[in-house]
Design a protein around this ligand. Sequence first.
Ligand code: NDP
Ligand code: HSE
Length: 437
Amino acid sequence: MRLALLGCGTVGSDVVRLLHEQSADLAARIGAPLEIAGIAVRRLGRDRGDLPVDPGLFTTDALGLIKRDDVDVVVEVVGGIEPARGWLVEALRAGKSVVTANKALLAEDGATLHDAAAEGGADLYYEASVAGAIPLLRPLRESLHGDRINRVTGIVNGTTNFILSAMDATGAGFAEALEEATELGYAEADPTADVEGFDAAAKAAILASLAFHTRVSAADVHREGITEVTSADVASAKSMGCTIKLLCIAARGTDATGRETVSVRVHPAMIPLTHPLASVGDAFNAVFVEAEAAGQLMFYGRGAGGAPTASAVLGDVVAVARNRLAGVHAASESAYADLPVRPMGEALTRYHISLDVTDRPGVLAAVAGVFARHDVSIATVRQGPAGGGAAGRGDDADLVIVTHVAPDAALAATVGELRGLDIVRSVASVLRVEGGL
Ligand code: NDP
Ligand code: HSE
């Protein structure tokens, strides 16, 4: 069984190492030895340390390598949209099975890859693309196929989880926590994809597609990052017995006409400390799945890093290699449900709103009136002197309001109107709330 390895960076070099260290076991599990036919990279002259591989295997001609007759399986750990898409379509159409960790490509244009796999009669596996080492996509795509998934809630970005965990533990602001994440090697030199939620949104699209048998792309995902989360938000969450996490949420629902829909979103949210995802700290990932018959399931582990991600890649390599030897293929893409993706404004959420208001008669009624006008029901209200001290700050009061579930557009419109009231001096913090409270 001969592999073309495309990419030999953080993940690819650990794929090479594990292939070398475990070659006898992998051969026994597959029923044939696994050999590397070639490794495509960008820079032939790059120092690759003591990688246990023949330097003569490196090439910059990825397409030429894929097209070779002696290549059975293509492993892509380069990343990005092009040229990866062209390479993988070429391999799949030629009947060569593909293993990829490329979440950006799968979320942007997974349909093209699935179509090419169906055309060529090849396998397309991508376990490493979401939550690194955690076996998650195979359970969604196989083990849970007899069940009906209603909701998937996940922490799928390690960098932002590290930052939010640090803010929670030390009271640091976002910039300070990001600096620590960069120093420790969690955040990349350009952290935009992580902190603005693009990485988590790509993973959310992949999870939603599998969970709801529907093609969902990154463009369908409502995305908000964590750059606006302040230490005041974190303190506010703490005072409510909550913590703030960047969540990806994919949920089944019904629209006004009773038609079944799915909503997919990524944003920071308060979750109670009692929620299983609240204890997921540091750069770890976890995904909480709610299914009709199985009930609640939680998948936890390392979502990034060379060796953890290579573990998931190799698991896929063993699966596709065994299929190939047996002359069979995994079930193709399941997108039969084709549920419409609901706009964020219709997604049902809850808000936690902190206001600094004038402390005089009628203020509470005026604030409550705004909620009523937008048909948003208030769950709890807490009022104290502004600034939290016993004496307070002049004639102001702090008002903390938690709503019941309502369409996101109604909640956003409520906050918009509150911002315009004379009696509201400032809207100190607005956070969505998930997982009960
Ligand atoms: P790296 O940047 O470390 O490595 C990329 C590799 O691709 C390098 O070997 C590079 O060559 C090679 N490459 C880049 N452009 C080309 C090109 N045009 N032709 C041939 N080779 C090229 O990336 P990672 O290993 O971190 O990530 C790889 C994939 O895995 C991405 O899709 C990423 O999203 C995904 N992933 C990564 C995780 C992680 O923790 N790092 C976790 C989960 C998924 P050269 O060595 O010469 O520079
Ligand atoms: N940048 C990603 C993270 C890597 O922080 O989780 C894994 O996809």
